[in-house]
Design a protein around this ligand. Structure first.
Ligand code: ATP
Ligand code: MG
Length: 590
């Protein structure tokens, strides 16, 4: 019979062990590792000097490590320190805690089965000796830092680190937790700013969580879903009228840098005030200052009361950026499973894909198109599939997702944009040229679409918006066509004038979402064409005065639109008639 390869036992030391110590250690090895299959002869025992231990010994038996070194003990002390920090965070009597912990603390040698670090750097550690560790499991390093297993090989496993890799050194102990990455969830999260692990980063107190949810969860099945039919109003006229978003839908916001992508998402969050929708904003790879500004905008608008902000800034390690959207979705799922409607914004998934690419490259996975790994589609599909509208048996809650993608020079056919376009139920395409022309929000009407669309629009809005999209498309075409000709026939001139008014109507400053009633009335009036003769620059003033009048005098129409979402033919005719009269009055005083 072939002899089994020897069992390697290595003793690392700083000061050479005495004969007595050596005998003791040998006896320990014999007692532990000699069994039916292995005799004392099979054990290759060797000793090696290693200055970095600081003092004491490390005994490595096959894949198991016994750490009696000074550094190992310091590791234990660090764990205690971490515990103290956590407690102090909870604002107890600091001195007494320090006292008791110091009393309780004894330096003891550890005989715990654990792994050890073979290399660490760039946010990744390679760990040996944890054969049973599972993919996605959380590991704890002796310095208190947590990591997640992302790569399992025959020899070792690759771990992404949720803390600074500089605090992890070769030989550090690593223990399994048997748990998957998760975040605390609960109503107490509302109004807070958290990192991707669910820890508050707004300087506020710790909160009382109602539970804990893994960051990765399977998407709801087909049976537990129902079709999208309730509108989620963004408050942005051009979106609500032409590309309506329904609760449970996933609508992509895509555009170059600085085209107002974040503003659309923010306005949508602000517009949910009083509508019973909870919001989650996930910032991935944003500047900390941008997030601070965003939180203050939300706070000023009173939107933080129903919003959770999860942020992993550009300076955070890639692993934290990678899990941020999954953590955010878990928080959203908590509300959805309670039967509530949730809006979640991922700002932005391009940076998320980049973070995942750097992780994958560091884990030595083979690069594919644009150096992204092969599973980058799955990265976003498993995330966005978790947005859904649950059936009534499941409570009827929903998650509406607004992922954001940043394009380079308007290129929507790059790898990540095409992936996400194919996963979502439509996109709002923002264009730099329009933005610089002053058409803001810079929505490109031709390239934007909402595939759930009509089902998620109230009857009133459907009636009011009519053919806006087609009118606008025709106007844009004709505008280019007539640029060089001077004498136009009346029909063309009218169409151009109408188009120009529509364009003006759809301009909307950020931070000023409009109610559905306002939108319906304005659209009805402008679409009817009765005010086409008004100079473009006076449209806004006219509509403001007109709206105020209608809302004051015609409560029943306003009520129908607001409560029932309907606008009868008579009401429409009446609104148009009133606009015509009002226009005569308006023009006479100008
Ligand atoms: P980034 O690529 O940096 O994330 P972004 O596409 O998210 O940018 P925003 O930050 O939303 O763009 O907006 C860029 C600038 O344009 C901001 O200063 C914002 O105030 C302004 N802006 C956005 N929307 C409008 C609007 N509808 N009207 C006027 N200004 C706007
Ligand atoms: Mg932005």
């Amino acid at each position: 019979m072939a002899k089994k390869p020897g069992f390697q036992v290595v003793l690392y030391y700083v000061t050479p062990p005495s004969a007595e110590q050596l005998q003791g250690i040998w006896n320990f090895v014999l007692s532990k590792y000699v069994n039916d299959e292995r005799s004392a002869d099979d054990i290759n025992f060797s000793v090696e000097a290693d200055e970095s231990l600081g003092g004491g010994f490390i005994l490595k038996c096959g894949n198991e490590v016994y750490n009696w070194s000074t550094r190992g003990r310091l590791g234990q002390f660090n764990e205690k320190l971490q515990a103290i920090r956590r407690k102090v965070g909870a604002d107890e009597d600091v001195i007494s805690i320090l006292k008791t912990t110091a009393d309780e603390f004894r330096l003891t040698a550890r005989f715990r089965r654990s792994g050890y670090v073979v290399s660490a750097g760039d946010g990744i550690a390679r760990v040996k000796g944890l054969e049973r560790a599972e993919y996605g499991e959380i590991l704890i390093f002796s310095s208190g830092i947590k990591g997640m297993v992302m790569d399992i090989r025959r020899e070792d496993c690759g771990v992404i680190l949720f803390g600074k890799d500089t605090e992890i050194r070769v030989w550090d102990e690593v223990a399994r937790t048997g748990m998957r990455a998760g975040v605390p969830v609960g109503d107490a999260l509302l109004g807070r700013v958290l990192n991707s692990l669910g820890e508050p980063i707004d300087g506020g107190r710790d909160f009382e969580a109602e539970g804990f949810r893994p960051v990765e969860n399977p998407a709801p099945s087909i049976i537990s879903r129902q079709p999208v039919d309730t509108p989620l109003e963004t408050g942005i006229l051009s979106i609500d009228s032409m590309f309506p978003i329904g609760r449970g839908q996933r609508e992509l916001i895509i555009g170059d840098r600085q085209t107002g992508k974040t503003s659309i998402a923010l306005d949508t969050i602000i517009n949910q005030k009083g509508k019973g929708v909870k919001c989650v904003y996930v910032g991935i790879g944003q500047k900390a200052s941008t997030i601070a500004q965003l939180v203050s905008t939300l706070r000023k608008a009173g939107a933080m009361d129903y919003t959770v902000v999860i942020s992993s800034t550009a300076s955070d390690p890639a692993p934290l950026q990678y899990i941020a959207p999954y953590s955010g979705t878990s928080v959203a799922e908590f509300f959805m499973h309670k039967g509530e409607d949730v809006l979640i914004v991922y700002d932005d998934l391009s940076k998320h894909a980049v973070a995942y690419r750097s992780l994958s490259l560091l884990l030595e996975r083979s690069p594919g198109r644009e150096a992204y790994p092969g599973d980058v589609f799955y990265l976003h599909s498993r995330l966005l599939e978790r947005s859904a509208r649950l059936s009534d048996e499941e409570g009827g809650g929903s998650i509406t997702a607004l992922p954001i993608i940043e394009t380079q020079a308007g290129d929507v056919s790059a790898y990540i944009p095409t992936n996400v376009i194919s996963i979502t139920d439509g996109q709002i395409y923002l264009e730099s040229d329009l933005f610089f022309l002053g058409v803001r929000p810079a929505v490109n009407v031709g390239l934007s679409v909402s595939r759930v669309g009509g089902a998620a629009q109230t009857k009133a809005m459907k009636k009011a918006s009519g053919s806006v999209r087609i009118d606008l498309a025709q106007y844009r075409e004709m505008e280019v066509f007539t640029q060089f000709s001077s004498d136009l026939d009346d029909a063309t001139r009218n169409q151009l004038r109408h188009g120009r008014l529509l364009m003006e109507l759809l301009k909307q400053k950020n931070g000023h979402p409009r109610s559905m009633v306002d939108q319906v009335i304005m659209l009805t009036v402008v679409n009817s064409g009765v005010i086409d003769s008004i100079p473009v620059e006076q449209l806004r003033d006219f509509l403001d005065i007109y709206l105020e009048k209608i809302k004051e005098e015609e409560k029943s129409i306003v009520n129908d639109i607001e409560m029932m979402g309907t606008l009868s033919d008579d009401e429409k005719y009446f609104l148009v008639k009133r606009a015509e009269d009002h226009l005569a009055e308006f023009m006479s005083i100008r």
